[in-house]
Design a binder for this molecule. Structure first.
Ligand code: BLA
Length: 238
């Protein structure tokens, strides 16, 4: 279901950047479960390059019962750019939940003007994918922009509109990255390091996928995956 998205993302990354592999802790890059009715595979890829310190994406393939693509791109610490966040989920083709956003590190007005306002026209281009759904797990005002795409939709819309939106959002992200000026002041850089770390902590502690990982792959593996790979700068709750 989301394989064409992975293909597009990989083409873009490999054509635009000089990627190096970034290590994934042993045992976390691939896991197969046969606990459920359908065997489930979870596979992850991770890269880095000069401008992007962590590019990760994960695909869960549980056949008809679940198809999930999750990805976060973290810019290098000298760029205060938002993170690119992708969370596309399909359960049995009936429930399709898609989220795509430039996830802001800061909420002040200057930041919004610089990095979030440019998204406005894309958001307006995809009203069918911008449904103003309420968030139950996360606070919409923290690490989400007002121009996120967030929708409950159908496979047809995923294959057409969402793929187009994904390409548009990625293009805008690359353009912003091209135009971004690296920060020089150690204090500014320290602020970015802290904001990215806080994002990891916030995300790991609330991740709505934690139960899903546990049910497929066991609690211990799930915790390692969350705190050791997905959000590795977070520390596990006591
Ligand atoms: C919701 N994301 C979800 C849900 C799951 C995942 C299971 C709940 C779906 C439901 O309501 O039934 C799945 N989250 C994952 C997976 C991973 C993960 C598989 O981290 C990792 C492999 N989530 C993100 C990113 C964004 C994001 C990067 O990880 C940003 C685009 C958004 N996911 C997001 C939002 C919701 C969601 C906004 C709805 C949560 C809510 O209602 O508060």
């Amino acid at each position: 279901m989301y394989k064409p998205f992975v293909k597009h993302l990989e083409n873009e990354l490999f054509n635009r950047f000089n990627l190096q592999n970034r290590a994934i802790p042993t045992g976390l890059e691939l896991k197969v479960s046969d606990r459920g009715r359908n065997p489930a595979t979870i596979q992850s890829w991770c890269y880095q390059c000069h401008q992007l310190r962590k590019i990760r994406y994960t695909y869960i393939d549980a056949g008809e019962s679940a198809q999930i693509l999750n990805s976060v791109i973290y810019p290098s610490y000298d760029y205060d750019l938002p993170l690119l966040g992708v969370d596309f989920l399909s359960f049995g083709k009936i429930k399709n939940l898609v989220v795509l956003d430039f996830q802001p590190l800061f909420q002040d007005e200057a930041y919004q003007r610089k990095y979030i306002e440019p998204l406005k026209f894309l958001h307006a281009k995809y009203p069918d994918l911008a449904q103003n759904l309420e968030m139950k797990f996360y606070d919409a005002n923290q690490y989400f922009s007002k121009y996120l795409l967030f929708a409950k939709t159908d496979p047809e819309t995923v294959a057409t509109r969402l793929l187009a939106a994904f390409k548009d959002y990625l293009n805008l992200y690359w353009q912003m990255l091209d135009e971004a000026e690296p920060q020089k002041d150690p204090e500014d850089i320290a602020r970015i390091v802290k904001a990215q770390k806080d994002y990891d902590q916030y995300s790991a502690d609330r991740d709505p996928a934690s139960g899903l990982f546990s049910s497929y792959f066991g609690h211990e593996w799930a915790e390692r995956f969350l705190y050791g790979f997905l959000f590795e700068d977070a520390v596990p709750l006591a």
